[in-house]
Design a protein around this ligand. Structure first.
Ligand code: AKG
Length: 328
């Protein structure tokens, strides 16, 4: 998939291969937006080289409106909120497990402006990692700067110090480049993002730096810039890029949805297969079924009776012979 773009930055999805001829898009390289020739692969390369990319006007107005309507509905029916804590904020409205809610949530993770980039960075078998809202309400204070690779770095064997050494010290993609990417996060602006209303802050090229120490000093804030962007734009940021939500010093809410992907060989933070009703999972399109883990990853990871999990209904009855781990 590639995009055609014009000088006003409006992106139109084209059903074409990744390697179509170069087209023109707006890239916000702070502090001034500049134009650059880009394909999906060009965007992915920018994310690897700089840690981020802002795609202006990535999501059509109708989808933004439908998501806002759905958020209002969730608030009116007092849907359970998640992640009310010191790190995620006490004045930030988070709805997660959204794939089990209104059908509109099914559109964003597979959107033509987002998914091809995630696949170009993480591989065709990438998975949805987390997906929810980040609505920063007036008075919320800035979030601690962090990397989204974090949850995957801490899960190692306690015998070897607890950290996941193989991920912390994984090789760099190229000289002075980032470590091999395992996470790509995105932030969709459902209103204009300004520095005052808490635009996500990030540190360009911090994906090339050593990982921050867990609970170490929060020294990166001074070097961060706000992702100032208009409604419908998407900030892509690589999992090694230091970032955090900003202070909201206005009297208006900052509306955003975050769609976060991980490499296909990782266990996703959210367990969508358990949090989503079966009839909903069955109705998901092919891409979304793959993203939530209803297909095997490269190497056959995630199989059920040696088949894609989506085939379970058909094949479970045939497992009359003992099937054990092949390598025992
Ligand atoms: O809402 C934002 O701008 C950033 C949120 C974030 O990075 C997080 O919650 O981990």
């Amino acid at each position: 998939m590639s995009w055609s773009g014009s000088l006003n930055g409006r992106m139109c999805p084209l059903s074409a291969s990744l390697r179509r001829p170069i087209i023109t898009a707006i890239v916000t390289i702070l502090p001034q937006p500049v134009t650059a020739p880009l394909t999906t692969e060009g965007i992915a390369q920018h994310i690897l080289d700089h840690g981020y990319f802002i795609l202006e006007n990535a999501i059509e107005q109708t989808l933004c409106d439908d998501l806002m309507t759905e958020i209002e509905r969730l608030e009116q029916c007092a849907a359970p909120r998640s992640l009310d804590n010191d790190f995620h904020g006490h004045r930030t409205t988070r709805f997660y497990d959204v794939l089990n809610l209104g059908d509109v949530w099914q559109k964003l993770p597979v959107h033509d402006s987002i998914l091809p980039v995630a696949r170009a960075v993480l591989g065709e078998d990438c998975l949805l990692n987390t997906y929810g809202t980040s609505i920063i309400n007036p008075g919320e204070t800035r979030q601690r700067m962090h990397v989204d690779d974090g949850p995957f770095l801490g899960g190692g064997n306690k015998r070897f110090g607890g950290g996941n050494i193989s991920l912390i010290h994984r090789p760099r993609l190229y000289d002075d480049g980032p470590r091999v990417p395992i996470i790509l996060n995105t932030m969709l602006a459902l209103c204009d993002f300004t520095e005052e209303n808490g635009a996500t802050r990030f540190v360009p090229q911090s994906n090339l730096q050593p990982y921050p120490r867990r609970n170490g000093p929060d020294e990166w804030y001074e070097r961060s810039v706000p992702a100032v962007m208009s409604q419908g734009s998407v900030l892509f940021f690589e999992g090694q890029c230091f970032h955090g939500g900003g202070d909201n010093v206005t009297n208006r809410r900052r509306y955003a949805v975050t769609v976060d992907y991980c490499a296909g060989f990782l266990r996703s933070q959210e367990n969508f297969i358990l949090s989503t009703a079966k009839e909903k999972l069955r109705a998901f399109n092919d891409d979304l079924q793959q993203l939530v883990g209803l297909r095997t990853s490269r190497g056959g990871l995630g199989h059920v009776y040696h088949h894609n999990p989506d085939d379970l209904q058909k094949h479970v009855a045939m497992a009359t012979t003992p099937i054990g781990p092949e390598r025992e």
